[in-house]
Design a protein around this ligand. Structure first.
Ligand SMILES: Cc1cc2nc3c(=O)[nH]c(=O)nc-3n(C[C@H](O)[C@H](O)[C@H](O)COP(=O)(O)OP(=O)(O)OC[C@H]3O[C@@H](n4cnc5c(N)ncnc54)[C@H](O)[C@@H]3O)c2cc1C
Length: 396
């Protein structure tokens, strides 16, 4: 079916996860839908997600896995489009997948199968997708909107803003959705990089010099949140799932603590090692509990390495307490260049939680990452993109 430039019911700005899901849902309902994507292909971020295998959902998704000024906002959409419904689509397309950990589902082979599935569904629903098409602006018109694009002006009854966040500008990220929201009188809550490596500087960085690549399980805690997973030392600071997760709860100056021996009573472990190998140096004993290079560095910078039998109980207790409540003094984050998500965004107070429609401007919708809803690491962000996309797709 050919569409003239003016006859779409719905124009979706942004052909990412949320936009494509919204478009195919609306198309299946018989709506004439046009997706406008400024990159040269749709779904670029999906392609690079999950290390190229796309962690496309998390079977344990609940509202508790998201950050938002209004923690209740995401509940309705998440309840109406569940991980099982996306899995059903994945299975219908014969895409093999597996559970990695904690309900995280990944493609067996490649994220490209998800990137192929969504436009295939769009095509079946007669959705028109224009790539390499810049959107210059959106204006209201009688009964709808005029979207000004590089291909000319297009009019539609409804406009869905699915332009994502600011992370990874090289993948097409833009602040366009936030500008559009402000233009139509919406508040945009301050944005910052989330799920992002932290940087260290000065003596805090020097103390970790040469340890890049060392990984260890930790429990990272900040502002009442706690994540148990791996920390990875990098050239610039620290990364790894535990750090990415806690980064979304951390801001410069906040107290961030690491338990370097999670699920272990460090004092009992040190006492045990003292009993087994009393003549061993502390650095050797610690290397039984921590990566060797890391244990050695601890004893070069923080602890005095003597035979462990020379430490009395109070001294061992002090070391144990430090290991289990280690202050990590980060100077900042690596920023949007490497962040997986953008925190903040379009204020949910001015959006309907059932349809994602603007309460200010009928016919205008905001979905996905552009909205102030940000998930943890582990497939939650895509589940929000699918669920919010479906909520709007069913309403437009
Ligand atoms: C490296 C990396 C790995 C990730 N891995 C995972 C993972 O495994 N699991 C998970 O759940 N989440 C993951 N995420 C997060 C996830 O990719 C996002 O949360 C999700 O893509 C958001 O969907 P969206 O549709 O809102 O935005 P996007 O997918 O970013 O789509 C927005 C689209 O809008 C387009 N656009 C922007 N401005 C304009 C404009 N002015 N005109 C036209 N088009 C425009 C962009 O080019 C883009 O295609 C990852 C993110 C990154 C960066």
């Amino acid at each position: 079916m050919s569409q003239s430039a003016e006859d779409a019911d719905v124009i979706v700005i942004g052909g990412g996860a949320a936009g494509l899901m919204c478009a195919l849902t609306a198309g299946q309902r018989g709506r004439r839908v046009r997706v406008i994507e400024h990159a040269n292909r749709v779904g670029k971020k999906i392609l690079m997600s999950g290390g190229g295998r796309c962690n496309f959902t998390n079977t344990g998704t609940t509202a508790a896995n998201f950050l938002s000024a209004n923690p209740h906002y995401c509940k309705s959409a998440l309840a109406r489009f569940r991980p099982a419904q996306f899995i059903e689509m994945v299975e219908r397309h014969g895409i093999a997948y597996h559970e990695k950990e904690l309900g995280q589902l990944f493609c067996d082979e490649s994220a490209k199968w998800i990137v192929r599935m969504l436009p295939d569904e769009c095509e079946a629903a007669e959705v028109r997708i224009d790539t390499s098409c810049r959107v210059d602006g959106v204006d209201r018109s009688d009964g709808g909107f005029v979207v000004r694009t590089a291909l000319g002006s297009m009019s539609a009854r409804a406009v869905v803003v699915a332009t994502g966040g600011l992370s990874i500008p090289s993948m097409g990220a833009s602040g366009f959705g936030f500008e559009l929201a402000r233009q139509f009188g919406h508040s945009v809550l301050p944005t910052r990089a989330g799920l992002v490596p932290l940087t260290l500087s000065g003596k805090h960085q020097e103390r970790f010099e040469g340890l890049s690549g060392v990984a260890l399980p930790v429990s990272a805690q900040c502002n009442g949140q706690r994540f148990d997973n791996y920390l990875l030392i990098t050239h610039r600071g620290v990364s790894g799932p535990a750090i990415l997760q806690i980064s979304s709860y951390w801001q410069p100056g906040d107290d961030l603590r690491l338990d370097l021996l999670p699920q272990t009573n460090a004092f009992d472990a040190l006492k045990g090692l003292q009993a087994q190998r009393p003549a061993a140096e502390l650095r050797t004993a610690l290397a039984e509990l921590l990566p060797k290079r890391f244990a050695e560095r601890l004893c070069e910078v923080w602890f005095e390495s003597r035979p462990i039998k020379q430490f009395n109980d109070p001294a061992l207790r002090t070391i144990a307490a430090q290991l289990q409540d280690w202050p990590l003094v980060a100077s900042g984050t690596e920023g949007y260049r490497t962040a997986e998500v953008t925190l903040g965004g379009v204020d949910t107070d001015e959006l309907s939680s059932t349809t994602m429609q603007s309460k200010r401007v009928p016919g205008l919708y905001f979905i996905g990452e552009v909205v102030d809803v940000t998930g943890w690491l582990g497939g939650y962000n895509f589940q929000w993109a699918w669920a919010s996309g479906v909520a709007a797709g069913e309403a437009v």
